[in-house]
Design a protein around this ligand. Structure first.
Ligand code: NAD
Length: 259
């Protein structure tokens, strides 16, 4: 299927590895010019080169911490009028509610709620005036099903979800969509770090923790960044203009509810 977005420009945050990289690669494969951001310049440039090599697309690497105003300004200077915006940053650290300080909460809100809100605020008017826009927030299945060890994530991502819900309806008449993609367990550095901590806390081996985690997924495997990227690219396509304000789980059937 031709997704109809060749020649468009996308900002993809948190794209040096993992799910953000999967999204950037999938969009580039569709002929989208991708502007990718992450904090570490060397890894980001290596990813940019890999995407260029695999897809032939134009890729611009902008080293930037998207949780800072300076980082976002650098990114927007490189791509002032994006057609597609994928918001993403590292998830907050695991822990326990009573141990978190207010500064821990502030950091989680900056990364997983306020940074996306700021980027959306800076780009959505332009998308609406040009009559095309696709915004995807990479959030978490924590929005649907609280994760006991990731309360910072549960809170910050639910905040973002609520914050964009009415805006998505307001943008809809202008062919601008906003959707949230909710990853379940995906094979990235992030999930391995979470497993390592779970092993440390429980005294079990990393292998045991990993085996049990995968067994709990009906698909009996982790998702891949390629699968995540493909779903993202479809939602950014011309065919997905009627899909907006949705929270879409990609979790191999892990969410236990009927709906
Ligand atoms: P990851 O740690 O593998 O990759 C995160 C990417 O974001 C990296 O490129 C990193 O350099 C970049 N990044 C981190 N902080 C940044 C910042 N402040 N500014 C710019 N770039 C930054 O993570 P992932 O597994 O790809 O997950 C992406 C998001 O999805 C995270 O928020 C994560 O918590 C969430 N999530 C992941 C899973 C999973 O199973 N992998 C499940 C639920 C939610």
């Amino acid at each position: 299927m031709d997704l109809g977005i060749a020649g468009r420009t996308a900002i993809v945050c948190g794209a040096s590895r993992g799910l953000g990289r999967g999204c950037a690669m999938a969009l580039a494969r569709e002929g989208v010019r991708v502007v990718i951001a992450a904090r570490g310049a060397a890894e980001l440039e290596a990813t940019a080169e890999a995407i260029r090599r695999d897809t032939g697309a134009e890729v611009l690497a902008v080293p930037a911490d998207v949780t800072t105003e300076a980082g976002r300004a650098a990114l927007l200077a490189a791509a002032p009028a994006p057609d597609i915006l994928i918001t993403n940053a590292g998830g907050p650290p695991p822990g326990e509610f009573t141990q978190y300080t207010l500064d821990d909460w502030r950091a989680a809100l900056e990364a997983n709620m306020l940074a996306p809100i700021a980027l959306i605020g800076a780009t959505i008017q332009g998308m609406m005036s040009r009559g095309f826009g696709r915004i995807i927030n990479i959030t978490s299945y924590a929005v649907r099903m609280p994760i006991a060890s990731l309360e910072l994530s549960n809170g910050a991502r639910a905040g973002l979800t609520g914050a964009v819900s009415a805006l998505a309806r307001r943008a809809a008449p202008f062919n601008v969509t906003i959707n949230n993609l909710l990853p379940g367990p995906f094979d990235t550095d992030r999930i391995r770090a979470n497993w390592a901590r779970a092993a440390e806390v429980s005294g079990r081996s990393l292998e045991e923790v990993a085996r049990d985690a995968v067994r709990a997924i009906p698909a009996r495997r982790l998702g891949t960044p390629e699968e995540f990227g493909a779903a993202c690219a479809f939602l950014c396509s011309v065919h997905a203009g009627f899909i907006t304000a949705q929270n879409i789980l990609l979790d191999g059937g892990a969410y236990p509810g009927t709906m």
